[in-house]
Design a protein. Sequence first.
Length: 94
Amino acid sequence: MRLYSAVCDSEIVVIRMPASAVELSCGGRPMTVDSARISTVTEPGPDGGTRLGKRYVDTESGLEVLCTRAGAGALAVDGRPLTIKAAQALPASD
């Protein structure tokens, strides 16, 4: 599923859906399935907003999303900020 921010340029693709219904927001406003912006007022992210190509996760709900277009808003699910998923360490090839 592709979702768009209502307040900034952020676009995401949902990689893993949570088991229960959640509200996904960007910049303090719910994300939408259409690309029309309703406002330009955003809650800036602590790390400068969403970053292109990064995966964001919520460990409590199991939600995982991929940022396909960067923006200034912070991603959150049910009011909890999403965190960038850490890269997995590759095994040594000695």
